[in-house]
Each structure stands twice: as C-alpha cells, then as structure tokens.
Design a protein around this ligand. Structure first.
Ligand code: FAD
Ligand code: PHB
Length: 388
C-alpha cells in the first residue's frame, strides 16, 4: 500500500491532521492501535481555545461543537473558600468553549468516515522504517496479516506512550521533563454543575476543579497522591473530600451522584526537541505533555497540527519545503509558552510544598492576580490561547 502521509494514532492530533490534509487533496492513512470504541471511551480534556475552534471549523467538523458546546466568557478561582472571577471577555475580548474531547473525537471520526478516508483500527506492532530517507515505510499487523505502508512522510500522532518518538535514536532527542509528585483523580457524573463556569480550587487540603460537559453532566477532579489506588476511592469518599475544599455557595449547590467514570492521571511536564527527524514529524502528546491545570494538552495537539498541515500543503501545492523545515522551531515556540503557563498554574494551585515560604508565595501571587489588571490580563491571554 502507498500513501502520501502515514499518520500514526487516531487521537485528536491524528484525526484532525487527516481531516485538514484530506481537505487539500493530500492522501493519508491513519494507523491506530486501539479500536474506535476504545478511543471514544477515554474521558480527557474539556476546554477548547478559540484558535482550536477556528481550526475545527476549517476542517469542517465544528457544527456540533457550536450547537452543543458551552461558551465560557470567564473562569473562577476559589482560594481558601473565597471565590474570585476572571472575565476573559472583559480582559482580552475572547472566550473558550467547553466541549468534551470524546465528543470532538467523535465529530472527527464521523468527518473522516464521511470523507471516505482510510483508518486502520486495531493495528498491531506498528513500526517505522527508513525515516531519515526519502522513502519511509510503516509496517504493522492487522487481522492477523503483515502489511507495509510506503509514504512520503510520517506524522507521529501516537501520544506520550506511542512508538514514533521511541523510533528515534535517544541521542538525537533532548527530553526536557518535570514530574510532579501528584496526580488528578477525576470523576464524571450525570449531575448539574455547581456553577455555570469552571471553578479552580486552591485549598490547604489540596487542589480541586469543578468542571462540566453539559448542563446535566459534571466533571470533578481532586489532587491525589501518585500511590493512590482507585479502588480505595468509592464515590462517597470523593464527595466527602471535595466538599470542604469548596466555598459555601458551591457546597450548597453541589449535587452528588454515582460516578459514570473514574480515573487517575499523573501530572507531568515533558518536551521532546526537536519535533522533526527526516521524514518523521511528531505532533501532540507524542512530542510533549503538560499537566492538565492550564487545559492546554488538546489545544497544543491542535496547534502542532495546524503548523504541520500548512507545511504539508505548501510542500505538495507550492513545492516549497520552507514550512516543513521550520515546523519544529515554530511549533516548539508555542509549546514552550503553554508549558510555562501550565507549570505556573500547577504550582499556583496545588498543595505541593509543606514549606510556609512556598505557601505564602502562592497566596501573594493569587492576591496579585485578583488585584492587578496587568496580571489578570496575562492570565486571560494565556488561558484563552495564544495566537498561532
Ligand atoms: P492521544 O489522544 O494520546 O492519541 C494518541 C493515539 O495514538 C491514541 O489513540 C493511541 O491509542 C494511539 N497509539 C498509541 N500508540 C500507538 C501505536 N504504537 N500504534 C498506533 N497507534 C498508537 N488535557 C486537558 O486539557 N485536560 C484534561 O483533563 C486532560 N486529561 C488527560 C487525562 C489522561 C489520562 C491523558 C493521557 C491525557 C489528558 N489530557 C488532558 C491531555 C489531552 O487529552 C491530550 O493532550 C490529547 O489527547 C492529545 O492528543 P493526541 O492526539 O496528541 O494524543
Ligand atoms: C475538564 O473539564 O476535563 C478539564 C477542564 C479544565 C482543565 C482540565 C480538565 O484545566
């Protein structure tokens, strides 16, 4: 089999890239290790930046998001029981969309099916070959048979644990990493949200986040230790740990109920440099990870894809490799700014240090954020997403 671009991974990065390339008449095949249903069962991100929304519209998959997504013009931060609001609309004239990654992935899958573009689900033993040559190949097994896909380029969109980044010799890659000694325990419930905006909670007992998927479905997170066993977190315990971290109004409005999903995600900052190796281009979580506090993971996957799709269109339509040659540098500039913001929000809101100096710095920084127009504007500008 032959294609122009072989895409590894059918997460948001791979599916969005496939859709944008298809719009420009560039052939692509997606190889995904899991089944489509498994990919759709993973509950992850929920906040979509304006620039990501624009890109989804460009890919022709934004209709349901605009219909069912919730436009948020601000966000709330609760510090030790007192809630503050930061208005994106007033500070930077922008908003974000709350729309689950699961729904977005479904829209991308439906768009791909409508376009008739090929995706191989349950592809086993995916391996990359000859990436430093002009004739790269990808081998895999599907339905018990060995296959080989010849291509011009490979897009490694296979997430943090994927095969693409690992195919590059370790000596060719710089891994920048920071691991935090904590995770997020998340639950999804069919209960109305406590507020019509997200509430990020800083509390001596630890961080919490009240988020949502719709007016009848809530997503809550609690800071937890990495050693935590999900079995020791029955729903009652989750609610009992959440309640004291909230302000009085949120606590009074909290509707508890059975969880329909529960998972623990470790917090990590990671950037692999560069993001290009010959014919292989890494995009999304395959190249970088942010702690979820800034809601940037999915949005960064989309911004990488934007740079890569434009560069591939330039290559095929205009016979120019300028975009491909600068892909890594341009993508990394935006990645590092989102890494900085996500690290900063994580350090600002979690109980990480027992040192009173560190705690007072957190409180001083938060007080500055609520009192200074300049600080609030910088926060809003980053949260809604920096321009491409
Ligand atoms: P992924 O979504 O990881 O997709 C990669 C795809 O590649 C997967 O479908 C995988 O099955 C496939 N794959 C892997 N290996 C292979 C292989 N060898 N061969 C073929 N296919 C392969 N972000 C937020 O903003 N907020 C959150 O609350 C949040 N929670 C998260 C929770 C978890 C547990 C994780 C892992 C991430 C979370 N994120 C969150 C981050 C966000 O979901 C990711 O940044 C986003 O999914 C990145 O998209 P991607 O397409 O780059 O990678
Ligand atoms: C979510 O709704 O899952 C969510 C929202 C904001 C974040 C992280 C996760 O920062």
């Amino acid at each position: 089999m032959r294609t122009q671009v072989a895409i590894i991974g059918a997460g948001p990065a791979g599916l969005l890239l496939g859709q944008l390339l298809h719009k420009h008449g560039i052939d692509n095949v997606i190889l995904e290790r899991q089944t489509g249903d498994y990919v759709l069962s993973r509950v992850r991100a929920g906040v979509i930046e304006q620039v990501t929304q624009d890109l989804l519209d460009e890919a022709g998959v934004g209709t349901r998001m605009h219909r069912d997504g919730l436009v948020h013009e601000g966000v709330q931060i609760c510090v030790d029981g007192v809630r503050h609001r930061l208005s994106f609309k007033e500070l930077v004239g922008k908003s974000v969309m709350v729309y689950g990654q699961t729904e977005l992935t479904k829209d991308l899958m439906d768009g791909r099916a409508a376009a008739g573009a090929p995706t191989v689900y349950s592809a086993q033993d995916v391996a990359l070959h000859d990436v430093l040559t002009a004739r790269p190949r990808v081998s895999y097994r599907a339905e018990g048979k060995a296959h080989e896909l010849a291509c011009d380029f490979i897009a490694g969109c296979d997430g943090f644990h994927g095969v693409s980044r690992k195919s590059v010799p370790a000596s060719a890659i710089t891994a920048n990493e920071r691991v935090y000694p904590l995770g997020w325990l998340g639950i999804l419930t069919d209960t109305p949200p406590v507020s019509d905006e997200l509430i990020y909670v800083r509390h001596p007992l630890g961080f919490a986040l009240c988020s949502m998927r719709s007016p009848t479905r809530s997503r809550y997170y609690l800071q937890c230790s990495l050693a935590e066993d999900i079995e020791s977190w029955p729903d009652e315990r989750f609610w009992e740990e959440l309640k004291p971290r909230l302000d009085d109004e949120a606590r009074a409005r909290l509707v508890t109920g059975p969880s329909i999903e529960k998972s623990i995600a470790p917090l990590r900052s990671f950037v692999a440099e560069p993001m290009r190796f010959g014919a292989l281009f890494l995009a999304g979580d395959a190249a970088h990870i942010v702690p979820p506090t800034g809601a940037k993971g999915l949005n960064l996957a989309a911004s990488d894809v934007q740079y890569l799709a434009r560069a591939l269109v330039e290559h095929y339509a205009e016979k120019s490799d300028a975009g491909l040659d600068t892909y890594s540098e341009r993508a990394l500039k935006r990645v590092w700014k989102a890494e900085r913001f996500s690290w900063w929000m994580t350090m600002l809101l979690h109980r990480i240090s027992e040192n009173s100096f560190d705690r007072n710095i957190q409180l001083a920084e938060l007080d500055y954020l609520f009192r200074s127009q300049a600080a609030a504007t910088a926060f809003a500008e980053n949260y809604v997403g920096l321009p491409y």
